[in-house]
Design a binder for this molecule. Structure first.
Ligand SMILES: [Fe+2]
Ligand SMILES: [Fe+2]
Length: 257
């Protein structure tokens, strides 16, 4: 039984990562867990990977991590993501590539929790609706029996779903401290550290998981978004209007052929 800091969807945002770690340090968690998407979108992918390694954060791979090292294609990416990932691929240090290559797709935590990035079977699935949760509860029971708390990311929103005995699913408010019932199953999204594509004011989102008390505390802190954005623009991570249109046209033409 331990206190865990759970974070993810960092996307090369060093300022958000530093701010979140400073807040988490105040709680003194025994272990930090990362649900993937360490890289992409922003300018500090290598730096974020280095910080995670220095801090002994246990991480899984997200779709951006896999795309960034060529293990997954860009077909399911938005134009913004594809542009930033192409830029990221050109700058990743060999040590970062090696680190990302070593990350598992899912990771058990103690005897009842597990980390995945998108869905249980699909790293690029956006689990936004109740039907996604229903489908993935079945996959969780089949693929990872005994795992009742599934932490996931990818949708960049703090959310928590509870699955009751009868299979009924209800979404609980992802605010403050949420007490988990040991007999129920849960899908928990701690949110995203990176808020670069969200409206102002920007917050880095993450959570604390107490496996003894069975509680999740949803947390968020402000960070220096202006610095993140300036670095991303300067280094060519933001897509321009014409390139965006060009990518859209190219997709359309490929779809016809
Ligand atoms: Fe992400
Ligand atoms: Fe993702």
């Amino acid at each position: 039984m331990a206190l865990y800091g759970v974070l993810g969807d960092i996307h090369g945002n060093r300022e958000a990562l530093i701010a979140a770690l400073a807040r988490l340090d105040a709680y003194g968690p025994e272990q930090l867990l990362c649900i993937g998407d360490i890289i992409g979108y922003n300018a500090d992918s290598d730096e974020c990977a280095a910080i995670l390694r220095e801090r002994g954060v246990v991480s899984i791979a997200g779709n951006h991590d896999l795309i960034g090292i060529g293990l997954l294609g860009v077909e399911r990416c938005s134009n913004k993501a594809m542009h930033a990932l192409k830029r990221t691929r050109r700058s990743l240090l060999p040590g970062t590539v090696e680190y990302l290559r070593s990350l598992p797709r899912s990771l058990p935590v103690e005897d009842r929790a597990v980390l995945v990035h998108g869905g249980v079977r699909d790293v690029q699935l956006y689990m936004t609706g109740l039907h996604h949760i229903a489908e993935n509860v079945a996959y969780l029971r089949a693929d990872l029996p005994g795992r009742k708390i599934c932490f996931y990311g990818h949708v960049h929103q703090q959310r928590v779903f509870e699955i009751g005995h009868g299979g009924d699913i209800r979404e609980l408010p992802a605010n403050g401290i949420v007490k988990l019932d040991p007999d129920h199953e849960y899908f928990v999204n701690p949110g995203s550290l990176d808020a670069s594509r969200k409206p102002q004011p920007k917050f880095a989102e993450f959570a604390l998981f107490d496996s003894g008390l069975l509680t999740i505390e949803f947390l968020r802190v402000p960070y220096d978004d202006a610095l993140t954005e300036a670095k991303a623009v300067m280094a060519g991570y933001r897509i321009g209007l014409w390139r965006d249109r060009y990518y859209s046209l190219r997709r359309k033409l490929r779809g016809r052929s």
